[in-house]
Design a protein around this ligand. Structure first.
Ligand SMILES: [Zn+2]
Ligand SMILES: [Zn+2]
Length: 214
């Protein structure tokens, strides 16, 4: 069992993340599983490690991050939690996905709980701090776990890149400002697990990221 397990799923190569704690509970972030094979891969990992899923969190509502919400609800009874200003994005995901020519598997259940900037979510021996970072989408959230120097980053900061800002609700200047003030202010050794591509660190990006340097 890993603290953080990353799966890369669906035609958009999205990273689905399972975060586990010492009590064998897990939080599923951005379940992008698109077909039966990907669903089984995720389910097997959870089953083989005897994990108990306790939360489903969407960093934001884009299609590639929510394809598997219905599967997670059907399998584990969990409804998605996200920022309330992402609700519209989540609701329009099936239509947008169909417009891309990627049929949406099954609509997400409606959230019952929302996460706000600064919320502290207790999870075993750790606390997840929600950091609002709009710019890629209207209300993307990152989750900082100080105890393990980990950031679940969504589509805000990638290794040597940043999230695209040409989708509805995106804004380039806002994204750059958020990265500078809310991500680059975390310790350099913070490991960032982004929504696409390999992991990175805050220190590496501050030195090397071609879009936002400090
Ligand atoms: Zn996105
Ligand atoms: Zn994405």
């Amino acid at each position: 069992m890993n603290l953080v397990k990353v799966f890369t799923f669906n035609p958009f190569y999205e990273n689905t993340i399972v975060l586990s704690n010492e009590n064998k509970e897990c939080i599923i972030f951005d379940p992008g599983c698109y077909d039966r094979k990907e669903e089984n891969e995720l389910k097997s990992y959870i089953g083989n490690n005897k994990l108990r899923p306790v939360k489903l969190i969407n960093t934001h509502g884009h299609v590639d991050h929510v394809f598997g919400n219905a599967f997670i609800y059907d399998t584990y009874g969990l409804k998605p939690e996200l920022h309330k200003d992402e609700l519209q994005v989540l609701r329009t995901a099936p239509a947008i996905s169909n417009a891309y020519g990627v049929p949406f598997p099954a609509p997400s259940p409606e959230p019952e709980k929302f996460i706000e900037d600064g919320d502290e979510i207790p999870f075993g021996d750790m606390t997840l701090k929600a950091i609002l970072c709009p710019g890629h989408s209207p209300a993307s959230l990152c989750f900082y776990i100080e105890r393990h120097s980990v950031l679940i980053g969504g589509d805000v900061l990638f290794r040597d890149s940043i999230g695209r800002t040409d989708l509805p609700g995106g804004d380039h200047d806002t994204l750059l400002k958020m990265i500078k003030t809310r991500v680059y202010t975390l310790p350099d050794d913070t490991i960032v697990y982004p929504g696409h591509g390999p992991e990175t660190t805050v220190g590496y990006e501050k030195k090397n990221n071609p879009f936002v340097r400090m």
